[in-house]
Write a protein that binds this ligand. Sequence first.
Ligand code: GDP
Length: 218
Amino acid sequence: MSAYPNVRFLISANRREQFVTDIGAEVAVAGRSNAGKSTAINALTQRKSLAKTSKRPGATRLINFFELEPDRRLVDLPGYGYAAVTGEMRRHWGQLVEAYFESRRSLKGVIVVMDIRHPMTPYDLDMLGLAQGRDVPVHVLLTKADKLGRGAIQQTLATVRRELGSAAGVHAFSAHSGLGVGEARGRLDAWLAGRQRAEERVPEKETPAGPAEPAGED
Ligand code: GDP
């Protein structure tokens, strides 16, 4: 049973003006094209094809908003790092994603998916930088872990953990085997509910501590 039985697609935004109303809580998911982001979103929401898995890598340049429950959203950021995109598309990607990070007060956490066989590329580091600019917790999912043996998983985890330091949490994930799916779902739920573990709490600008912010000005 899904924790979010009424999950639904809201909108694909191509411009800041199309972003959904900025109230409640949302978690963004980012990653290189083909890293397994759509598959991870489908696994997290227990839907087969909520997010479209890519036939053409790099095709999606839009921000997709999904409603998990009223005022709780999952936001699928466009995949990055696909070599064939034009300079114009790359510029548009940058502007759209920067507009997202600059403007969203309801952003409570960022999940960055990386193929466990190719983690921490320069593109990923750029994305981590963008996310960290917002003072929200970041968690890395090392996807397609079923492609590696247990020893190699542990080794990659240790390397990535060392490189990330205290900047982000990380765990291994496989939509195919189910490894780490429950843990990722727990993280998502906690962020959306306004809970964070003490060790990952970073200074926040907003003062309210509770999960629900008063709907009001701004
Ligand atoms: P996106 O571009 O990041 O959204 O990537 P997709 O979710 O479309 O996945 C890219 C490719 O990786 C597809 O062929 C998926 O079937 C494959 N893939 C995604 N997740 C996994 C996984 O956990 N294990 C394996 N073995 N393949 C995966």
